[in-house]
Design a protein around this ligand. Structure first.
Ligand code: NG6
Ligand code: CA
Length: 513
C-alpha cells in the first residue's frame, strides 16, 4: 500500500498529533471528509481581485475569503484558455496530450468517458459531485440533437448532477442544460444549432441586423442575436428555453444552493463554473454602473457578490466550517474579446494581470498566473500569503490525498499532490511546472522558459494584433529570470545555454510520456 500522507492519516484518525488527538479532535472517528467547492471564474486576471491590487471596483467577499484563508501568488491555470484548462483540471493530465483547444459550441465531449476524472475519483470516496455553470468541454458524440437526451456529458464523466451553459455565454445554444435535457424546451419548437450556416429563419443575426445589437461585435461574434447580443454560431427554435444573461448569477447560485442542500448530509464536490467575467459582459440592474471601470468592473463586483450568495447558502446549511473553498480563474485577463463594451477605454490605471505581462491566450505569466484563494475554517489558519507554485492540474492528486483515495497507475498522470501547500502547512509546491498556451512554457523555480514556435509554423499573433495582449511567442528560444524580471522583458537565453538545454529536455521528456 502506498503510504498515505500524514495529513490524510490524521483526518482518518489513524495518526495522533502531539496532544494525542487527531486533527478532527476525535481519534477513530469516521473520516470527516470536507466538502469541496471550486469557484472557477472565467477570464479573471491575477490583479482583478481586491487583495491583489484591483482598482476601480471592489471584491469584499473574495477579500474576506483571503483574510480567513490563504492567498496564493504563484498558482496557475493549466492553460491560457478555457477548454484546455478545464480539461486538465478535471483529468489531471496536460491538455497538449489531448491536443485540447477552445471548442465550438457544437463540439463532441472532449473527455473520454472511460477516462478516470476528478469527480469520478471523489465519487469513489463517497462524495456527491455537481457542476453548475459554464461547461465548454463539448457534449454528445458528434451531432447533438438538442431536443432529445444530450449525452455523453458531465453525468457520463463522474458528475451526479449538472446545470450548464453548454458552451460559453458568447456561443449558441443560448439555453440551460440540466442533466441531459434543455430546460423549458417546447417540443413543438425544436432547437437546432449550426456553426456553419443558418439552420432556419427564426433569429436575426448581427450581420443582417446590426441595429438590433446592444453591443457592437466582431465578425466571429456577429451571428445569432439573443437578448440583444450577437453570438458565435447559428441557432433556430427553442425560444421558450432561451436564457437571459442578466439572470445567470441568481440562477446559478440557486442551483448551487439546491445541490448543496440536497447533499448536506454527505461530503460533496461542487464545481461552480462562472460565466462572469467572460464576454458578453452584462451586469444585472444590481451591478450596472457600480464600478468605476464600466461593465468589466461591474461584472467583477457581480461575480464577487455571487460568491457571497453561495457562501451564504453554505453558512445557512451549517457547512462552512468543514468546506474547503477554492476561488480561482480558468485563464488570464482579456479586455477586448469580441464585443465593444468599453472595457479598454474605461480601464484607467487598473492592471488586470498585476505586474505580469500578457493575458488570456498568452505564453507569458499573465496567461496562466491567476488569483487563487483556499479557505477552510476548520483546518486552514487565515491571513496567510503563500508563494508555493502549483497548477489546477494538481487539484486531482491533492484532493485524492485529502479524501484518502489512492491514485492508480495511468490515472491523472501529470497531477502532483500539493495538499500541504494547498492547506498552508507548507510553502512548498512544485519545483517544475508546465504552463500551456499556443506553445509550452516551463517554470523551474523563478526561471521561465518558453519553447520556440517551430520554424515551419506561423507564430500565433492574433492576441498581439487584435486584443492588445503580448503573446510572448517567438521562433527564438526565450528564457526569463522572474526573480528580477517578473514582467518577462529581457530574454537571457544566450547567457544561460545550460539552463535552456535542461528545460527543453524536461519539456521533451513530458512530451514523450
Ligand atoms: C474565442 C472567442 C472569444 C472567446 C474565446 C473562448 C475570439 C475572436 N473569439 O474564439 O471571444 O469566446 O474563444 O474563451 O477570440 S474561453 O475563455 O472560453 O477560452
Ligand atoms: Ca476563460
Amino acid at each position: 500500500m502506498k503510504i498515505k500522507s500524514i495529513y490524510a492519516l490524521a483526518l482518518m484518525g489513524m495518526f495522533s498529533c502531539s496532544k494525542g488527538t487527531s486533527l478532527d479532535g476525535q481519534a477513530n472517528k469516521k473520516v470527516d471528509k470536507p466538502n469541496i467547492i471550486v469557484f472557477y471564474v472565467d477570464d479573471l486576471g491575477y490583479g482583478d481581485v481586491g487583495v491583489n491590487g484591483l482598482k476601480g471596483a471592489t471584491t469584499p467577499v473574495i477579500d474576506n475569503l483571503a483574510q480567513g484563508g490563504i492567498n496564493f501568488t504563484d498558482v496557475h491555470s493549466p492553460h491560457a484558455t478555457c477548454t484546455p484548462s478545464r480539461y486538465a483540471m478535471l483529468t489531471g493530465e496536460y491538455a497538449f496530450r489531448k491536443k485540447a483547444q477552445i471548442l465550438p459550441g457544437d463540439a463532441p465531449l472532449l473527455i473520454d468517458t472511460n477516462k478516470k476524472t476528478l469527480p469520478d475519483m471523489l465519487k469513489d470516496a463517497g462524495y456527491a459531485t455537481g457542476v453548475v455553470g459554464k461547461w465548454h468541454l463539448g457534449l454528445g458524440n458528434g451531432s447533438v440533437n438538442w431536443n432529445e437526451a444530450v449525452k455523453p456529458g458531465p453525468l457520463e464523466i463522474g458528475f451526479d448532477y449538472s446545470f450548464l451553459l453548454p458552451a460559453t455565454g458568447d456561443r449558441v445554444p443560448a439555453v440551460y442544460l440540466e442533466n441531459h435535457h434543455v430546460v423549458n424546451l417546447d417540443k413543438n419548437d425544436p432547437l437546432v444549432v449550426n456553426y456553419k450556416k443558418k439552420p432556419g429563419n427564426t433569429y436575426p443575426t448581427g450581420e443582417e441586423n446590426p441595429e438590433l445589437r446592444r453591443q457592437p461585435a466582431d465578425k466571429q461574434h456577429n451571428k445569432t442575436i439573443i437578448n440583444g447580443i450577437s453570438r458565435i454560431g447559428y441557432m433556430s427554435g427553442g425560444e421558450k428555453a432561451i436564457w437571459k444573461d442578466e439572470e445567470f448569477p441568481d440562477v446559478l447560485a440557486g442551483k448551487a444552493n439546491e445541490f448543496m442542500t440536497k447533499h448536506k448530509d454527505q461530503p460533496f464536490f461542487l464545481y461552480f463554473a462562472f460565466h462572469d467575467i467572460h464576454v458578453p459582459r452584462l451586469p444585472n440592474n444590481d451591478w450596472k454602473g457600480k464600478s468605476e471601470m464600466g461593465v468589466r468592473g461591474d461584472v467583477i463586483m457581480q461575480m464577487d457578490h455571487t460568491v457571497g450568495m453561495v457562501m451564504e447558502s453554505l453558512k445557512k446549511l451549517g457547512l462552512e466550517e468543514n468546506t474547503l473553498v477554492i476561488f480561482t480563474s480558468d485563464n488570464g485577463p482579456v479586455l477586448n474579446d469580441g464585443y465593444d463594451d468599453k472595457a479598454v477605454e474605461l480601464l484607467n490605471d487598473h492592471k488586470p494581470a498585476g505586474i505580469y505581462s500578457g493575458g488570456k491566450y498568452s505564453a507569458l505569466e499573465g496567461g496562466t498566473r491567476v488569483p487563487m484563494i483556499a479557505y477552510w475554517p476548520k483546518h486552514i489558519k487565515g491571513g496567510k500569503t503563500s508563494d508555493a507554485m502549483f497548477s489546477h492540474l494538481d487539484f486531482y492528486a491533492s484532493f485524492a490525498d485529502l479524501a484518502g483515495v489512492e491514485i492508480k497507475k495511468g490515472e491523472a498522470i501529470d497531477s502532483k499532490d500539493v495538499l500541504s501547500a494547498l492547506i498552508g502547512t507548507s510553502d512548498e509546491g512544485r519545483k517544475m511546472m508546465l504552463e500551456e498556451s499556443y506553445t509550452l512554457s516551463l517554470r523551474n523555480g523563478d526561471w521561465k522558459y518558453i519553447e520556440p514556435i517551430a520554424k515551419n509554423k506561423r507564430i500565433p499573433d492574433f492576441m498581439d494584433k487584435n486584443k492588445g495582449i503580448k503573446g510572448g511567442m517567438s521562433k527564438k528560444v526565450q528564457l526569463f529570470d522572474l526573480s528580477n524580471d517578473p514582467a518577462e522583458t529581457t530574454n537571457v537565453a544566450n547567457k544561460h545555454p545550460e539552463m535552456v538545454k535542461m528545460m527543453q529536455a524536461h519539456i521533451d521528456s513530458l512530451k514523450s510520456v
